[in-house]
Write a protein that binds this ligand. Structure first.
Ligand SMILES: *Cc1c(COP(=O)(O)O)cnc(C)c1O
Length: 422
């Protein structure tokens, strides 16, 4: 194992360019190096494989059927999700982006409406608003990557959005007491994007339960990996009925896991087009067993994150975003903000990559692998963000596969300290 030793201390005194050539130079072969891929995905659990195999063998890959006596996998997943989150309804769809789109659409939002959105998020979020024909009003973020409350208030007053699409991006949950109060006071519907917070809570309450709808993703890099998929949860029967119909229920809405009553569905049936955004049986069969182990996996993820964060303490140019005391996070990645000129930061990130630790950077002039920011979304009316742009310029992002060992984490820490230490 390559651990920090005398050689590590010597290397720390050398300029970053030296590390870029480290591989080639025998003198540096013994520095820290991560021997496993951070881009890898842990294998699916055995029960998920067996469930998927049984679906494939049956041939019933579509969520609806005329055979479904005991309910399909998708319906079971909907019931399990609703129960897990304490929601009346859960509607499974084909992606997290679809869940967000359908939540807004099922509130009656569309062309000409304004939707507020915190600027730190992933591209499917502004994409879901664009898909609606509505207009994004970007809200600034603060130095801890949370929605900036002063700018949110300004946005509510000046731009009068009908909805606030709050993205708990990378698991950084904002002050939900203040946000809920502000949405109520300004009559703005709150929709939560919980793609990174399945299992996270604020003041003991799960994220996704603070507004009219919560949206989750089952995409490979989230807490539950079904390849693709999304789930919308709500207590609102009209929103649930409209989302079910729009997702493409073919009059088979009664086969959903948590369907609203028939009269509610019929209220919307004739006026709701079929947008074909259904989840399929294989994805649900893969996802459901993972929900059962969510809490233990999240606990391990927290340990990985906190061990990593502790290891980065006292590095002069790095700052870790602060988590609010009321938040129990469910981190699947770690962010730090580097206060360094772009060229210097790029060199340090190159040095980490050379040692097996690829780190993403939101400050890149051109977006790369999941790290686009608002100025890259040409379809969104954007503007310079006084606080957020400064944070995003130095924002670094490390994915944390849930099967990292403590030793892996220590190696990652050693690599980052080697590159960023003076
Ligand atoms: C992954 C993700 C989504 C949804 O993505 P899909 O690929 O559509 O499932 C939404 N918001 C954030 C912040 C995400 O990371």
């Amino acid at each position: 194992m390559q651990r920090t030793g005398p050689r590590f201390l010597n290397l720390a005194c050398l300029p970053a360019q030296v590390f870029m050539k480290a591989e080639a130079h025998p003198a540096f072969m013994h520095g820290p190096r991560l021997r496993r891929a951070l881009t890898s995905v842990p294998p699916l659990p055995k029960d998920a494989l067996e469930a998927a195999a049984s679906v494939l063998a049956s041939g019933h890959l579509f969520r609806y059927g005329e055979h479904a006596a005991e309910g399909t996998w998708v319906a079971r997943l909907e019931r399990a999700f609703a129960e897990h989150l304490g929601a009346r309804f859960a509607v499974a769809v084909n992606s997290g982006g679809s869940a967000i789109h359908l939540a807004m659409r099922s509130l009656g939002l569309g062309q000409g409406d304004v939707v507020a959105m915190n600027a730190f998020t992933l591209a499917p979020v502004p994409g879901a608003v664009e898909h609606l024909g509505a207009t994004v009003a970007l809200v600034d973020i603060d130095e801890d990557l949370r929605c900036d409350l002063d700018d949110l208030k300004r946005c509510f007053v000046e731009q009068r959005p009908k909805a606030f699409l709050l993205s708990h991006m990378r698991g950084h949950v904002a002050d939900m007491d203040a946000i809920v109060a502000m949405c109520t006071a300004h009559d703005v519907a709150l929709i939560e994007d919980c793609a990174h917070t399945l299992g996270a809570t604020y003041d003991g309450k799960p994220t996704g339960r603070f507004g009219i709808a919560g949206c989750f993703s089952l995409q490979t890099w989230k807490q539950i990996n079904a390849g693709e998929g999304g789930i919308l949860v709500t207590d609102d029967e009209d929103l649930a009925a409209r989302a079910i119909l729009a997702s493409g229920a073919y009059m088979l809405h009664a086969q959903h896991g948590t369907p609203p009553s028939e009269d509610v569905v019929q209220r919307w049936a004739a006026s709701t087009p079929n947008l074909s955004m259904r989840l399929n049986e294989v994805a649900a069969a893969v996802a459901l067993p993972q929900l059962a182990t969510l809490e233990e996996r999240n606990a391990r993820w927290r340990t990985i994150h906190d061990r990593f964060a502790a290891g980065l303490a006292n590095l002069p140019d790095l700052r870790l975003p602060v988590t609010l005391p009321k938040v129990l996070p469910a981190p699947t990645s770690l962010q730090f903000v580097a206060d360094l000129p772009a060229e210097v930061l790029q060199e340090k990130l190159d040095a980490c990559a050379e040692r097996g630790v690829p780190i993403k950077w939101f400050g890149r002039p051109t977006p790369l692998g999941f790290t686009s920011v608002h100025r890259h979304w040409g379809y969104v009316p954007t503007r310079p963000l006084p606080k957020g742009d400064a944070v995003l310029a130095g924002l670094c992002d490390v994915r944390l596969p849930g099967d990292l060992s403590d030793e892996d984490v220590d190696t990652i820490v050693a690599v980052v300290r080697l590159a960023f230490g003076h």
